[in-house]
Design a binder for this molecule. Sequence first.
Ligand SMILES: Nc1ncnc2c1ncn2[C@@H]1O[C@H](COP(=O)(O)OP(=O)(O)O)[C@@H](O)[C@H]1O
Ligand SMILES: [Mg+2]
Length: 326
Amino acid sequence: MNTLIPDMKIWPVEEMVHEDEFTDRVEILRELDQWIAAIQRMAAPSTALIAPRRIGKTVLLDRLVNTVFLKPEYKAVPFYFKMNREKRTLREFLLEYATTFFRQYLAYCEQDAMLFSNDSMSLNKLASLSTTHTASQMALEYIEQFLERYTSHDEEDALIHWDAFIRVLERLGSHSGIRVAVIIDEFQDMQTSVYNMPKELMDSKDRSEGYGAILLANTFDRQAQSRKAPMLVSGSAVTMVFRIVMGGPLGGRFDLMYMKPLSIPDGAALLHTTLKYYGQGQTISIRSTILPAIIISLWTPRPLQISSESRKRPWQQRLKNSMQPT
Ligand SMILES: Nc1ncnc2c1ncn2[C@@H]1O[C@H](COP(=O)(O)OP(=O)(O)O)[C@@H](O)[C@H]1O
Ligand SMILES: [Mg+2]
């Protein structure tokens, strides 16, 4: 609770758009909300959210995480990892990924939104958290084990430790009863930003375009099949995300969810709302925003065509099938 500004809500994820500027997406948010709710009964397959750049994938994921965070009854932590193109060794990345995971896991159990977003919190500091929550206590034990191995090994152990850590997400969920949704944005950057080598070696060569990087996305092949800690991935390089989840080691392990541009009436409503914030006091009727909304809608890239195969098997259908008695 923010004591300086009463009534000001603290969200786990700082959203890019103003709270009431976020428009529509009711249906897809409901579907994704239900996808996370289904994790507890192991009925949520890994899914890739596919749409061209600037359609609103990231703002949607931000909103999803903020919504689900407030639902401890789902017993599924929305572990939200925003990948980026910063160059780092696998050992460095492992610590970053593990710290983010444990911090968000503890934050969900404790319902502490500030903790969720506090990326200055080290793993050592997290390990000293005091709690009476059983799942949090179990997470603390896993942190101890992680730190013990991490501090007593060097780069040579990084890949084996990484593989072992991926399983921790499922194992902790099974032991504690609080499962995990692994939500990764900019998933394609996993293929070009992480180097399984000592830092000096990484820095010694030109690494532009990911030269020599480990194809880290491929190491999720097991996790992608997991119903205990399923994945929801997205990214702005839509062709690359599509290629990663449809081919290579991950091929066929993801259901696809397509996202369309906002409808014309929703685009008009958005223009109307944004003018409130950016139009310096100007007001405009909803009707007069319709024409600009149509122009924007025509100009926005069309969503990808759904292949006949995936049309036959959208994830909702698979979910429904898996719940039907055989
Ligand atoms: N549902 C929405 N409501 C309001 N603004 C949106 C919405 N979706 C997208 N936007 C606007 O479009 C911009 C791009 O969205 P973003 O989520 O970054 O796209 P993507 O991740 O698909 O590339 C956002 O910064 C925001 O201004
Ligand atoms: Mg994005």
